[in-house]
Design a binder for this molecule. Structure first.
Ligand code: IVH
Length: 683
């Protein structure tokens, strides 16, 4: 083809064709060509676009496979806040909700649209002139993340709309879900690669949208169902008609919707889906009912969080029963031994479940767990399945032959007798310095992102090094060289994957870089029992350097906000162990930071004014104000247009929140505030 016009026409027709095939396949679930044909057309288009870059379009089907890497997700302020829904597990409350709406509107027999409550991640898509221009997550409802390039990889989301009767600008909201089939395939691959599988579809969907590389997102095979159209110039006044219209424009609207005109019809819908939900190809966690006539939406209005014209009924946690096979014991990095029940696999909440934690020996006693028991397993909104009851074997019970499952007496890894701490619910292995699983766990913690951030070494490669006795303690990591790493492979895996030259180089670089990690993270990285990220920060700030911590007594520790007896005792015990002190000394000599960087943190908040509200985890009110001022910021008591940030803790007053929203003041959590303080020290 040498005529440019001809090329353009060919490109346009291929794009249109591919969009149609994609729509038929992903939205209508009714493919009209086979995958190979589709791929060939896509390749042809891709070839032409590469040859004629002047015809590039970010809306081309070729761009779905993954655009540019997202370094940081841009923050987007929603034009219309993304409200959530009030929800209830009680049918009586649904009756009350409907009655309240009827009363407020002084009308009977209102029309309600009943829909599925998709269990995924909510998303808002902005279309201008019929093309997708932005996709953002809910975030805090006011401000979300711009995830456009990730969203474009979801094939059922139209990049161009069909027809021409759409408003010039509108938003459409819906839920990104991970269909069961794709989720299972994906988790299978993760397990094959030695990665931790995702606990459920919702987590996997939300984790996927946070990935930095859209090419990875494209591989996840996500889907998206839309359920809410919003904009200033939408013609249809009925919600149901709006969704029907959106379907005409090419959006995926689930067919499982119904109009109900009385409470019985609403209940029929709820009861039907409570039974049938397992047959759906994706997860739902309830039912949503919305008033059909949008004219009434304004009349009824909304509370601070949710509209009064819609509500959600949530299904009770799903339960399943299965026979106990055995109790396994896992040893964590701090030596705590966790019992895990293994049972016959059961299908529960969208996945096969075959083990669940029993937490500790007290919990086992409470459940009165016996051999041959049938377990009642539950998985609600929570990620982890839990055992809520045990049913004893009838025959054994009648004959008085029940045998309680006793907790093991020795560490399953190193055979050291286990110890039960006073007032603690569980046992632990006291062989802190020599139990191999504890050592591996501690190393994995040490190199993790929130600690020393030596992730190039990864949880697996560190195991190779330990197995081969190439590292023995944290300090020995800093004595590694590329030569020592190249060619090292796992002695326990058949795959014998070894560390290559490039990998070795990256590992050494990130070990070297980790010497810049601030003191509070080094303290966290040491893996002292009960010292989490937040308490490490508080302790580091309070004592300012490691010598002050080493010399501190239990009484000094408990004076620090949020450091209780248990943490204080653990700190004293850790710093009275001579092996630990020797290691700290070596790490210090190797160049790790063991004191707070005062200078660096001083000006971080310069020129910014803060209002704090609520109860904080890591600070008292006075402390957080002091931290703001110590870092150059101004702490003021009431919100005004000059305030830059509202730092909110738990139970922030609703008035403050409203006012901050009205003044468009950025609201940040304690965690986000902490990140502001440490950001300049990272990467
Ligand atoms: S409507 C103003 N409809 O449930 C109404 N939400 O807390 C906006 N969800 O954040 C929501 N299925 O993520 C609506 N059919 C559905 C839904 C749905 C799932 C999610 C959504 C929202 C949460 C409610």
């Amino acid at each position: 083809m040498d005529n440019n016009q001809e090329v353009k026409q060919k490109i346009d027709s291929l794009r249109k064709l591919l969009e149609r095939y994609s729509y038929e396949y992903y939205v209508l679930d009714n493919p009209t060509i086979d995958d190979i044909e589709f791929d060939n057309l896509l390749k042809e288009l891709d070839g032409l676009e590469k040859q004629y870059p002047e015809f590039y379009s970010s809306f081309s089907p070729t761009q779905r496979v993954g655009g540019q890497i997202n370094k940081d997700f841009k923050q987007v302020t929603h034009k219309y806040p993304m409200l959530s829904l009030a929800n209830t597990y009680s049918k009586d409350e649904i009756v009350d909700f409907v009655a309240r709406a009827e009363e407020s509107l002084n009308m009977k027999d209102l029309e309600w649209v009943c829909e599925l409550k998709y269990d995924g991640l909510s998303i808002s898509l902005l279309y201008e002139e019929g093309v997708l221009v932005r996709a953002s997550t809910r975030g805090n409802g006011v401000v979300g993340d711009d995830v456009t390039s990730n969203i474009k990889t979801i094939p059922s989301i139209p990049l161009h709309l069909q027809g021409n009767d759409f408003p010039q600008e509108f938003e459409i909201r819906g839920e990104v879900v991970y269909p069961h089939k794709a989720f299972e395939e994906f988790n299978k691959k993760r397990i094959e690669n030695g990665e931790e599988p995702f606990a459920n579809c919702r987590n996997a969907a939300s984790g996927s949208l946070k990935l930095q590389d859209p090419k990875e997102v494209a591989k996840r095979k996500l889907d998206c169902y839309l359920y809410f159209l919003i904009g200033d110039s939408i013609k249809e006044k009925k919600h149901y008609d709006r969704l029907r219209q959106a379907k005409q424009w090419g959006f995926k609207i689930a067919p499982y919707m119904a109009i109900a005109t009385n409470i019985n019809e609403i209940m029929d819908f709820i009861n039907y889906w409570d039974k049938q939900r397992d047959d759906l190809p994706f997860d739902i966690d309830g039912i949503v009912i919305k008033l059909n006539d949008t004219n009434y939406w304004n009349t009824l209005g909304a509370t601070a969080k949710s509209p009064r014209w819609a509500t959600a009924f949530k299904f009770k946690a799903e339960q399943a029963k299965s026979k106990l096979k055995s109790v396994e014991y896992q040893v964590g990095r701090t030596g705590v031994v966790t019992p895990v029940a293994e049972f016959e696999p059961v299908w529960l909440g969208g996945t096969w479940v075959k083990r669940a934690t029993l937490h500790n020996s007290d919990q086992m006693d409470k459940l009165s767990l016996c051999l041959d028991d049938t377990l009642v397993i539950e998985k609600g909104g929570e990620i982890i399945p839990k055992i809520v009851a045990c049913e004893h074997d009838k025959e054994k019970e009648e004959k008085g032959l029940l045998e309680k499952v006793g907790f093991i007496k020795r560490c399953p890894i190193c055979n050291t007798p286990l110890v039960k701490e006073e007032e603690q619910a569980g046992y632990y292995c006291p062989n802190y310095n020599h139990c191999s699983v504890q050592i591996l766990g501690r190393f994995q913690h040490f190199i993790s992102k929130k600690a020393m951030n030596i992730e190039t070494l990864g949880g697996e490669k560190i195991r190779y090094l330990l197995e081969n006795n190439i590292v023995s303690d944290f300090a020995s990591l800093y004595e590694l060289s590329e030569n020592k790493l190249i060619g090292v492979y796992s002695l326990t895996d058949d795959k014998k994957l070894s560390i290559q030259e490039k990998g070795a180089k990256n590992i050494i670089t990130s070990i070297e870089n980790s010497k810049q990690v601030p003191f509070e993270r080094v303290l966290f990285a040491l893996g002292i029992r009960y010292v989490g990220e937040v308490s490490a920060k508080t302790i580091a700030r309070h004592f300012e350097n490691i010598d002050n911590i080493i010399n501190a007594k239990k009484e000094d520790f408990v004076l620090v906000n949020d450091v209780g007896e248990t943490v204080a005792e653990s700190l004293v015990s850790y710093f009275s162990n001579s092996e630990n002190l020797l290691e700290i000394d070596r790490l210090r000599q190797l160049g790790l930071r063991f004191e707070i960087e005062k200078k660096q943190t001083k000006d971080i908040l310069m020129g910014k004014s803060f209002v704090v509200s609520g109860v904080f985890k890591g600070y008292s009110r006075e402390e957080i104000k002091k931290v703001i001022e110590d870092n150059g910021g101004k702490s003021v008591s009431s919100l005004s247009s000059k305030t830059d940030f509202l730092v909110f803790g738990e139970n922030m007053g609703p008035e403050k929140k409203k006012k901050a929203e009205a003044l468009n003041i950025k609201m940040i959590s304690e965690e986000e505030f902490n990140n502001m303080l440490t950001n300049t020290n990272e990467e």
